[in-house]
Design a binder for this molecule. Structure first.
Ligand code: ADP
Ligand code: MG
Length: 231
């Protein structure tokens, strides 16, 4: 097995640019990143630094302009759209700032949805959904719709939905961006506990105190990634 195949993911000289008229505007420049299984990494950067662009690449939602990306030893940079969708679906549990729960479904149904899409039988779905809702502390809220629960409970449901398919890692985009500071602390505590249980987490944020909750931190500035010490 190669070194690239052993880590959870690895980016090598990843660049991404956008075409603006005749010009090519570089957004990500020579991003090198290696994330081990079981890591809890924060990527912090100010607005415009390229966080969303990097998130799209890490999340297999977009391909780099150049460079290489391995996820679980698979060459993402060589994947076509079908393979990307498969990787995304299998490997990544997304958590968003706006929760992205379906408003007409209750919390249990929101968590169950990815299992329905991937053809898990009903009895197994019931068992998995219950286990997740209990782990995330929202079993009592299972029959409530998103608008009937607090922001923290919405984010717990979204995390349950991300985890229910046992992804290789959670990719969280400003997951506390819409939460008050008490709830932010509560969700960060939850991420730490989940990481302690073996889940790999990559958290993208512009807030230093949120990033500091992670096990390690890299800083994105003008499309370049450096260590927490700025080197
Ligand atoms: P962040 O999420 O850190 O705020 P983004 O990744 O959204 O940063 O954007 C980084 C830079 O790339 C910004 O200067 C932004 O204007 C530019 N950018 C992002 N998306 C596009 C696009 N589709 N076309 C052109 N420029 C873009
Ligand atoms: Mg952004």
């Amino acid at each position: 097995m190669t070194a690239a195949a052993m880590s959870l993911l690895r980016l090598e000289k990843v660049c991404k640019g956008y075409r603006l008229g005749k010009e090519d505007i570089p957004v990500l420049r020579d991003i090198d990143l290696e994330v081990e299984r079981g890591a809890y990494l924060a990527i912090m950067g100010p607005s415009g630094s390229g966080k969303s662009t990097l998130l799209h690449i890490l999340g297999c939602l977009d391909a780099p302009t150049s460079g290489r990306y391995w996820l679980n030893g698979q060459a993402v940079h060589e994947a076509d759209a079908t393979a990307l969708a498969w990787l995304r679906n299998r490997s990544i549990g997304f958590v968003f700032q706006n929760f992205n729960l379906l408003p007409r479904l209750n919390l249990a149904q929101n968590v169950e949805l990815p299992l329905i899409y991937s053809g898990v039988p009903a009895s197994e779905r019931k068992r998995l959904v219950q286990a997740m809702l209990e782990r995330l502390g929202i079993w009592e809220r299972r029959k409530h719709r998103p608008h009937e629960v607090s922001g923290g409970q919405k984010q717990r449901a979204a995390i349950a939905r991300a985890l229910v398919k046992k992804p290789d890692f959670i990719l969280a985009d400003e997951p506390t961006g819409n939460l008050d500071s008490d709830t932010t602390r509560e969700i960060l505590k939850l991420f730490s506990a989940l990481n302690g249980e073996g889940h790999s987490i990559i958290l993208i944020t512009h807030e230093a105190d949120v990033a500091q909750a992670a096990g390690s931190m890299r800083i994105l500035r003008d499309g370049r990634l450096s260590g927490a010490d700025g080197k």
